[in-house]
Design a protein around this ligand. Structure first.
Ligand SMILES: Cc1cc2nc3c(=O)[nH]c(=O)nc-3n(C[C@H](O)[C@H](O)[C@H](O)COP(=O)(O)OP(=O)(O)OC[C@H]3O[C@@H](n4cnc5c(N)ncnc54)[C@H](O)[C@@H]3O)c2cc1C
Ligand code: SF4
Ligand code: SF4
Length: 381
């Protein structure tokens, strides 16, 4: 695949309002910076090909190439992507109760990976006020400080770029699906750098239906709650249909209909609900917000999950078929919406350098004809 440079990334993604602010192009060079949730292109760059363009999860993504690279099989548009096993999980007896978003599976696995020296550092997302902030964590005890979901899109991967430049190897990364796609693209060494070494030893992907634009989210909440006092934000699984803000004096809830206008349009172009290009993917178990859904996708993911379970860091059981079917339904809906959105905008298999996504006709048809889906597949969040 031909790659392009920073000018094309600026024109085709940032100026076209497709940028989600994942941080994959930030701090690779002096030109891209992240400021309060937005990625800025500071000066024109003359290179015709750049890692910035090649890593971006919003342009020229080829799921088939990613699937062949990570799983040695073609991408076929299945709702949950490639997987080996699916479980219900939570932090086990070896873990003291910490502030987790749900079952604590993500923080526990990153803690275990650092403690057992499977990784040299963990790339996590902390927060300053409401602003999500990328963090490199090298001491296992620090992992707990960065638990909880920050629902605004985050430039997490800027910390990964900085860690790689500083010489860290074997990194663990916690990533939303768009970020996990960018990480998978980095791992493919797209510009064929001869001294390249895969910087990751573990990628944990989060489930994501959509994220919020930080600036709009902050402005929305600033009028309604004291921002400095926010302890936790949650979007409990359906049928709740609310965003919850936890404060020392109690909880405030806001209907999701008031929150959806704060979602950037680019989330509508996204097909991936379950971080299909990660080693392990984690979400909230529907109906049980204190538990996680855990999808194991790769051999290295399987090894760490098995060992964390054996050493009682993690408690797991198989996922009942009806939970899995519902998850497939939700993930299939997101795929249909993403395909429709990209098609309407002329960004599916479009002109070289401008397409969001490349899919073959058979896969497109398979996604759109998934009979279990269809009701929520228009191009709207
Ligand atoms: C924007 C967003 C949307 C989500 N949407 C869904 C959904 O639709 N359905 C679903 O089941 N689950 C969703 N999740 C995942 C869910 O909220 C929990 O993160 C997940 O279930 C793990 O729970 P846990 O208790 O193991 O996490 P914890 O142990 O509390 O760890 C949370 C981890 O998330 C990382 N993190 C927090 N915010 C961000 C961010 N903005 N970007 C990248 N990493 C971050 C932290 O670094 C931390 O490692 C979403 C998460 C985010 C951030
Ligand atoms: S790599 Fe991420 S931050 Fe950079 S332009 Fe693409 S989406 Fe935006
Ligand atoms: S919906 Fe997709 S693009 Fe938006 S934050 Fe989630 S993974 Fe990223």
């Amino acid at each position: 695949m031909k790659h392009f440079g920073a000018n094309k990334l600026d024109d085709g993604v940032i100026q076209a309002e497709l940028c989600i602010g994942c941080g994959a192009c930030v701090d690779l060079c002096p030109y891209f910076r992240s400021y309060r949730g937005k990625t800025a292109y500071l000066f024109p760059c003359t290179r015709e090909e750049g890692r910035c363009f090649a890593y971006c999860p919003k342009v020229e993504v080829d799921p088939d190439a990613l699937s062949r690279f990570l799983f040695a099989k073609p991408y076929n548009g299945d709702p949950l992507g490639a997987w080996r096993s699916i479980h219900i999980a939570r932090a086990g007896a070896r873990v003291k109760r910490q502030p987790f978003q749900s079952g604590g599976t993500v923080s526990t696995l990153m803690y275990f990976a650092l403690r057992s020296r499977r990784i040299q550092g963990a790339i996590l997302t902390g927060r300053e006020g409401l602003l999500p902030v990328p963090k490199l964590v090298t001491r296992s005890a620090e992992v707990w400080r960065h638990g909880l979901s920050k629902y605004a899109a985050a430039p997490t991967l800027a910390a990964m770029n900085r860690a790689v430049a500083a010489g860290y190897e074997d990194l663990g990364v916690v990533a939303t699906p768009c970020q996990a796609t960018a990480v998978a693209q980095m791992r493919m060494n797209p510009l064929q750098n001869p001294s390249f070494r895969d910087p990751t030893a573990l990628v944990i992907g989060l489930f994501c239906t959509w994220a919020l634009d930080f600036r709009k989210f902050e402005a929305f909440l600033a009028e309604r709650v004291p921002l400095r006092d926010i302890v936790k934000v949650d979007i409990p699984p359906p049928p709740a249909s609310v965003l919850e803000v936890y404060l020392p004096e109690g909880k405030r809830t806001f209907p999701l209909d008031e929150i959806r206008p704060l979602v950037p349009n680019t989330c509508g172009y996204c097909l991936d609900m379950t971080s299909e290009f990660a080693d392990i993917s984690v979400g909230v178990l529907e109906g049980r917000p204190d538990l996680n859904t855990l999808i194991v996708r790769t051999e290295r993911g399987e090894e760490i999950v098995r060992e964390a379970g054996r050493q009682e860091y993690l408690v797991m059981e198989d996922m009942p078929a009806e939970n899995r079917e519902h998850l497939e339904w939700a993930a299939g809906n997101k795929k249909q919406r993403g395909v429709r959105c990209c098609t309407e905008a002329g960004r599916l298999n479009g002109e070289a350098g401008t397409a969001c996504l490349r899919l073959n006709g058979e896969v497109i048809e398979r996604i759109l004809k998934n009979e279990k889906n269809g009701k929520e597949s228009s191009c709207h969040i």
